[in-house]
Design a protein around this ligand. Structure first.
Ligand code: G3P
Ligand code: MG
Length: 251
C-alpha cells in the first residue's frame, strides 16, 4: 500500500519538549512548538473506564500528585490530578490530557505526532487500538500521524483496522532483532524506530535499502549523535529539541 506523504522532520520532541515541561502534557507540546519542533512523540493508553489519555507510565505516581494505576482509574479522577507540579511550580495545575484534548492542540498548532501505542504490563493492546485509532484517524490528516509501538499485536491490529485508509506505522525496537524485516513487512511499516545507543550502521543501511525510514530514540546529546546522521537516519526523537536544532543549524 502507498504510505501517506509524510514530510519527515529531523527532530521529534520526545513526550513533547520533556526537558523543559512535564512530559506528555499540553504544556510540553506547546513548549516543543515554541522551540521550533514540528513533530512530537507522545504515548497513549486507556484508563480503566476506557478513556484514552496521553501518559507514559502504568501508574500516575511519578508524574502527578496522585497514586494508582491507569487501569483502575476513571477520567473523573484522572482529570483532577496535578500533572505539572512534580516538574516545576510554574506548571502547577497542568493536567493529564485526554487523547481528544491533545489531538485538538496538535491540530491548532498544525503539528505532526508520532503516537506510541503504549502497552504496559497486563494491558490489552486490542482494546487500546480499537478505542484510540479511529479517533486519531478521524482527527488528524494521515500526513501528520505516525503510529508506533513495541507491541506487535497492537501494530497488526492498527493495520487491520485502518483497512484501505493510509496509515504510517512504525516498529519500535530496544535491540533490533534478526526478525525485524519480517515484522516490518507483515504490517507494511513506514518506519523503524530503534534505540540509537546500540544501533549499528549496517542495520540502518539495510532498513533504508528496504525503503523504511529510520527514526531513532532517545538521543539527547547532539554532538554524541552527530556521526550517525551519515548512516541515513531520517530523524531523532529527543527530549532536547532546542539543543538539537541549534546544533543542526550550525553544522
Ligand atoms: O517512541 C520512542 C520512545 O518513546 C520509546 O520509549 O519508554 O520513552 O516510551 P518510551
Ligand atoms: Mg514513547
Amino acid at each position: 500500500m502507498t504510505h501517506p506523504a509524510i514530510q519527515l522532520p529531523s527532530l521529534i520532541a520526545h513526550r513533547g519538549y520533556s526537558a523543559a515541561a512535564p512530559e506528555n502534557t499540553l504544556a510540553a507540546v506547546r513548549a516543543a512548538h515554541q522551540a521550533g519542533a514540528t513533530w512530537v512523540e507522545l504515548d497513549v493508553q486507556l484508563l480503566g473506564d476506557g478513556t484514552p489519555v496521553i501518559w507514559h507510565d502504568a501508574d500516575v505516581s511519578r508524574c502527578s500528585n496522585g497514586r494508582g494505576s491507569l487501569a483502575s482509574m476513571s477520567w473523573a479522577t484522572a482529570k483532577t490530578l496535578d500533572a505539572g507540579s512534580w516538574f516545576g511550580d510554574r506548571f502547577a495545575g497542568e493536567k493529564m490530557p485526554s487523547l481528544g484534548e491533545m489531538l485538538a492542540l496538535l491540530n491548532e498548532l498544525e503539528m505532526g505526532v508520532n503516537m506510541e501505542i503504549k502497552i504496559n504490563k497486563g494491558r490489552d493492546p486490542i482494546a487500546l487500538v480499537e478505542r484510540a485509532l479511529p479517533e486519531m484517524l478521524d482527527t488528524l490528516p494521515s500526513e501528520r500521524l505516525i503510529i508506533s509501538s513495541f507491541n506487535t499485536e497492537a501494530l497488526t491490529h492498527c493495520r487491520q483496522l485502518a483497512g484501505k485508509e493510509r496509515l504510517a506505522l512504525g516498529v519500535l525496537y530496544n535491540g533490533v532483532p534478526k526478525t525485524w524485516r519480517a515484522q516490518c513487512e507483515a504490517i507494511d511499516a513506514f518506519s523503524v524506530h530503534p534505540s540509537w545507543s546500540r544501533l549499528k550502521r549496517a542495520q540502518v543501511e539495510a532498513m533504508q535499502k528496504d525503503g523504511y525510514q529510520v527514526l531513532c530514540y532517545t538521543a539527547n546529546d547532539p554532538s554524541a549523535f552527530h556521526s550517525r546522521w551519515a548512516w541515513g537516519i531520517a530523524g531523532v526523537i529527543t527530549d532536547e529539541p532546542a539543543a538539537f536544532k541549534r546544533f543542526l543549524d550550525s553544522h
